[in-house]
Ligand binder design. Structure first.
Ligand code: IDP
Ligand code: MG
Length: 139
């Protein structure tokens, strides 16, 4: 993945609430091209692996249970300056602190069920994108 790609996934709260379309619409309206996308569900073991960097944090157990509780929609996105611009588009982790008009401000319910994930670096975007997609599933 080049520096112009990032990884995202729509989280279970937003999928269950029927916000997949609303969120992908905001993503495309912001100039991101969807390179790969699917609907799937993580086992607790796979969710634990995806969030392994947060293992030491007090909310790790809850996070793993939540992220494996329902369907998710992972995607690889392309745009210039993708990682940074996408973090701006999703807003702060806690929706109460997210800028108005950001995806989390519009759709997130709480700091844990916060609608969407966004990679925090080019290196993590590559690792996280590869977690869900092989090169043959990308445009
Ligand atoms: P980010 O998703 O904005 O990058 P991180 O700090 O990387 O935020 O945390 C990963 C995920 O863990 C968050 O998106 C959220 O779902 C969950 N999380 C973060 N902080 C808390 C917390 O204080 N309580 C419960 N869940 C949290
Ligand atoms: Mg993070």
């Amino acid at each position: 993945m080049s520096g112009n790609r990032t990884f995202t996934m729509i989280k279970p709260d937003a999928v269950i609430a029927g916000n997949t379309g609303g969120i992908t619409k905001m993503i495309e309206a912001a100039g991101f091209k969807i390179i790969a996308m699917k609907k799937t569900q993580l086992s607790a073991a796979l969710a634990g692996k995806f969030y392994e960097v947060h293992k030491a944090r007090p909310f790790y157990g809850e996070l793993v249970a939540y992220m494996s509780s329902g369907a998710i929609v992972p995607m690889i996105l392309e745009k210039e300056n993708a990682v940074e611009d996408f973090r701006k588009l999703i807003g702060a982790t806690d929706p109460k602190k997210a800028e108005p008009g950001t995806i989390r401000a519009v759709f997130a319910k709480s700091i844990d069920a916060n609608a969407i994930h966004g990679s925090d670096s080019d290196a993590n975007a590559e690792i996280e994108g590869s977690f869900f997609f092989s090169q043959f599933e990308r445009f």
